[in-house]
Design a protein around this ligand. Structure first.
Ligand SMILES: NC(=O)c1ccc[n+]([C@@H]2O[C@H](COP(=O)([O-])OP(=O)(O)OC[C@H]3O[C@@H](n4cnc5c(N)ncnc54)[C@H](OP(=O)(O)O)[C@@H]3O)[C@@H](O)[C@H]2O)c1
Length: 348
């Protein structure tokens, strides 16, 4: 089930009014530096190279992933194909020097400028293709933050703007200041909160949608059945969806996904990805992996016949989706501190 497509045939999607073109499936790079167990630099670099060879053009990182490490890794791996790929990164989740825990969000214009220059240095590039605010700042109007981001576009440092975990209202306010190419939020068979208001708003405003954690942070692949499979420092150990009754409920849903996978000769992860891919031509998920074998398998989900088939099967067999509220505490900074202009459901 690792049918690798011809790179020339990988489908593409266009995001936002200025039509940023990306492959329908991108690569989430966070786990290569951060959050999901011990990173392996050589395998991560090989995975990035293999993604390029497979035709993937859409790479997702953030300044907070590995506290700069991930941007450096992505920049190094993609240096010789820089003009052929889209690099998306994010700013706004801040940690203190010498303290490796995210502490607060910062959307002040001064910080936006400083963060962009630091990301450009780490990525080893003169421009960022898609620059997201990672989380809304409770103390700074979105207009001020997006205004500063728009100046980066004018300066040629950034090509397109995005927001991560923004609310419908935040999106409506942001586009009055500058076109927004993409909204990045969690969207998967597990996390469907944004379908109520945010997805229709994106569509009304012409904003593309980049679903993160489309594999439910790995759970939807069926590979994780017990939290003890995760490394001691794996961030998922703190997530509600991996705890006790929630995990049991989620695993029963994974059984449904597995049944569909058998029916359509796919893996559970491919079904989960195919379902996201089938949500529209304005949707480009970024499944995350730090290893080549998973990358191969995930690319197999693109097969056009699989997406509609998975979507149809899910509608037929599914109980109402178990919507996750994955509020996560990172020390003294919590996602619930965010202002009324943003209603995030997930952290990470
Ligand atoms: N904007 C935000 O706030 C935000 C939040 C979270 C993530 N993101 C972005 O979205 C990307 C994707 O999200 P994510 O990484 O959190 O979650 P995900 O894509 O749902 O799942 C990633 C996990 O699934 C595992 N996995 C991947 N393919 C697999 C396969 N075929 N079989 C078995 N396991 C597989 C990975 O394992 P390995 O690690 O062992 O490869 C990893 O642990 C991230 O890399 C990051 O760039 C953004």
């Amino acid at each position: 089930m690792t049918d690798r497509p011809d790179p020339a045939t990988l489908p593409v999607r266009t995001l936002g009014p200025a039509e940023l073109t990306v492959t329908a499936e991108g690569l989430g790079c966070m786990g290569m530096s951060f959050a999901y167990g011990k990173p392996d630099r050589d395998e991560a670099l090989a995975t990035l190279r293999q993604a390029v060879e497979s035709g993937i053009t859409f790479f997702d990182t953030a300044d907070v992933y590995g506290f700069g490490h991930n941007e450096e890794l992505v920049g190094e791996a993609l240096a010789d194909v820089r003009d052929d790929v889209v690099i998306a990164t994010k700013f706004g989740i801040v940690h203190r020097d010498g303290d490796r825990m995210p502490r607060r969000v910062d959307g002040t214009p001064d910080y936006v400028r400083q963060a962009c220059d630091a990301s450009l240095r780490r990525l080893g590039t003169d421009h960022i293709d898609l620059y997201y605010q990672h989380r809304a700042d409770p103390n700074v109007p979105v207009e001020d933050t997006v205004g500063a981001m728009a100046e980066l576009v004018e300066a040629g440092k950034v090509r397109h703007l995005g927001l991560s975990e923004a609310s419908a209202d935040g999106l409506r306010r942001a586009v009055k200041i500058h076109p927004i190419a993409a909204l990045q939020s969690e969207w998967s068979l597990f996390s469907r909160d944004l379908e109520v208001e945010v997805v229709p708003t994106c569509r009304a405003l012409g904003i593309g949608i980049v679903p993160y954690s489309p594999l439910g942070r790995g759970l939807l692949t069926g590979a994780i059945t017990d939290v003890d499979q995760l490394a001691e420092d794996d961030f998922r150990r703190t997530q509600p969806r991996f705890q006790d009754e929630a995990l049991a409920a989620n695993l029963s849903m994974v059984d449904e996904v597995r049944a569909i996978a058998i029916e359509i000769d796919a893996t559970p992860g491919q079904v989960a990805l195919a379902w996201v891919l089938a949500q529209g031509d304005d949707v480009a998920p970024i499944p995350g992996t730090k290893r080549r074998t998973f990358l191969e398998e995930n690319i197999g989900a693109w097969r056009p016949s699989r997406a509609p088939s998975a979507a149809r099967s899910w509608r037929r067999t599914s109980a109402p989706c178990w919507s996750t509220s994955t509020m996560t505490t990172w020390s003294d900074w919590t996602i619930s501190d965010l202002p009324a202009i943003a209603t995030p459901t997930c952290a990470g």
